[in-house]
Every structure is written in C-alpha cells, then in structure tokens.
Design a protein around this ligand. Structure first.
Ligand SMILES: C[S@@+](CC[C@H](N)C(=O)[O-])C[C@H]1O[C@@H](n2cnc3c(N)ncnc32)[C@H](O)[C@@H]1O
Length: 276
C-alpha cells in the first residue's frame, strides 16, 4: 500500500515538479504522486514524501532528479499514432518543404520529435522519409528528445512489443523490422537516421541547441502543462524552427489562446502551425 501525502507536502512537491518540468499536477490528483513516488520513498528508506522532497532539493545529485522525471512522466506512444498527420506530412508538407529548401539552396531536411518517449514517433518519421524517393538527394536529419533518460535508452535500443507496432502497415513492418518472439527490432537503416538526446522543453538552455528545424512534432505532451508552461514551451519551439517551419501538436491539443506567433494551416482537416 502506498502511504498518503499530506496537503502541504503535496503542494510543495507539485510546485517543485512544475518548476523543474512544466508538468502541472492539479489538486485532485494527489493520488497520482502517491502512486508514482510511494515506492521510491520506501526504496530509499525515507520517512515520508517530505524527506524525499528535501533530498531532491538539497542532497540529491542530478541522478535523483532524473529518476523523478522517469517516475512522473507518462510515456504512452506507438508507431503511426494519429496517422492523418503523417499522411499530410508525407504528401503536401514534405513536397513544399523540399521545394522551398531547394530554392533556398538547401539540400537538407531537419525534423525534430520533441517529446519522443520510447522513439516510435521519430522512427515513424524515419520510415516516412525513407518511403519518399523524391527526397533521395536531400540530407535527412531526425532529432528526437525527451526529458526522461529511461525512455531515451529504450528508444536507442529500438525493440518493441506488439502494442507499439499494431498500426504499422504490414509492408513496412516486414521491410523495416526484424521479428523474434513477439519482439520487433527496428532496422539499422531506420535507426541510423535518428539522433536521440535529452532535452527538457521548459529549459531554454536545453532547447537552444535545436535551431533551423523544418518540422517539429511536439505531440501529446502540452496536455501535461498549464497555460503558462505551454506558452513557454511553444515559444522555445518557435525559436527552434526556421522561418516558415511547421509544428504538429497532438490532435487533442491546440495553440488556440496560447500564442499568435503561429499561423494555423489546414490540409485535409489536419491543423499544422506555421511559424510566421
Ligand atoms: C505521452 S508521451 C508522447 C509521445 C509522442 N510524442 C506521441 O505523441 O506518441 C509524452 C512524453 O513527453 C515527455 N515530457 C514530459 N515533460 C517533458 C518536458 N518538460 N520536456 C521534454 N519532454 C517531456 C514525457 O517524458 C513523455 O515521454
């Protein structure tokens, strides 16, 4: 059984997590912290959540903060999630971008999966690019990042179970994966196009290394932030894009009422935000 957290400590913990990650835990989700952190408090033989918070604030090295991020993040993802977005990306969007870049004398395309979790989104982008022979003359770079080191190490391994691969068209599954005992390993061709790194989207100094990006996928992560944190993250993404670059958020997410810096473009009912 997980011990309960008192209201005062909950608020302090919630504020600490918010400051470090942008993730906002509302008052009615005290159980979320208890479920996610209770076991860690026990493992460390601490008296309670207040001791764990004290440890994080004053004693801990970056490793424990990293551990906290691993515990509090929700990493649900799968290949070809929200497939309409990938259809638009593969068709109109990549055609426009490759034409624009070629016109500007650029023979490269830079894509960023900004909250990549275990890598399915970034590898989906990789497959889509490989399936676009018109781009063969372009250098293709896919950057992928997350705040959680544990999901990044799974992403680098590139081995998945049946849940993650269920939306992959069968022809791509046989072409880009090897399969042993319900484990699907991404091929080296797909893997070699993606570079994973740790980036905390709320930290300007982390995002600063990302510049000149053509398309950012930042999907199903803004939902964990409050409006203030969303605005901060979206302005970091804006700075990372090249002028005229595009941003995908999750289909249940929107930039409405958050910023006017992006122009919503609608293609086949999919909304993409273009840097003004
Ligand atoms: C639900 S997953 C979404 C994965 C993928 N983008 C998709 O749509 O399938 C959300 C991811 O956001 C990451 N995340 C949460 N806060 C973050 C932050 N401040 N900076 C970077 N990544 C963050 C989590 O670790 C988690 O892996």
């Amino acid at each position: 059984m997980t011990a309960s957290i008192n209201d005062e400590v909950f608020k302090q913990f919630r504020d600490f997590i918010y400051e470090k990650s942008g993730i906002f835990i509302p008052d009615n989700k005290k159980y979320f912290l208890e479920n996610r952190l209770g076991r860690r408090v026990q493992e460390m033989n601490l008296k309670g959540y207040d001791d764990y918070l004290y440890h994080l604030k004053y004693n801990a090295d970056q490793k424990e903060l990293q551990r906290l991020f691993d515990l509090i993040t929700t990493n649900e993802t799968f290949f070809f999630r929200e497939p309409q977005q990938f259809d638009v990306f593969k068709g109109d969007l990549l055609n426009t971008i490759s034409a624009e870049n070629a016109k500007a004398g650029r023979r490269d395309i830079k894509i960023w999966s900004a909250a990549s979790s275990t890598g399915e989104e970034a590898y989906t982008v990789s497959i889509v690019l490989l399936e676009k022979p018109e781009l063969s003359g372009f250098k293709k770079e896919i950057l992928a990042s997350d705040i959680s080191e544990s999901v990044l190490s799974s992403a680098r391994a590139g081995v998945y179970g049946s849940y993650a691969i269920r939306n992959i068209p069968p022809a791509y599954l046989s072409k880009y994966f090897s399969n042993t005992e319900q484990q699907y390993s991404v091929s080296n061709t797909v893997k070699s196009m993606v570079k994973f790194s740790k980036v905390n989207l709320i930290e300007e100094r982390d995002v600063r290394v990302m510049r000149g990006i053509d398309v950012i996928f930042c999907r199903n992560v803004l939902i964990y932030f409050d409006d203030k944190a969303k605005q901060k993250v979206v302005s970091h993404l804006y700075d990372a894009l090249r002028p005229g670059g595009y941003l995908f958020v999750g289909t249940s997410e929107s930039l409405h009422n958050l910023t006017r810096a992006f122009r919503p473009v609608v293609i086949n009912k999919v909304i993409i935000y273009q840097k003004g």
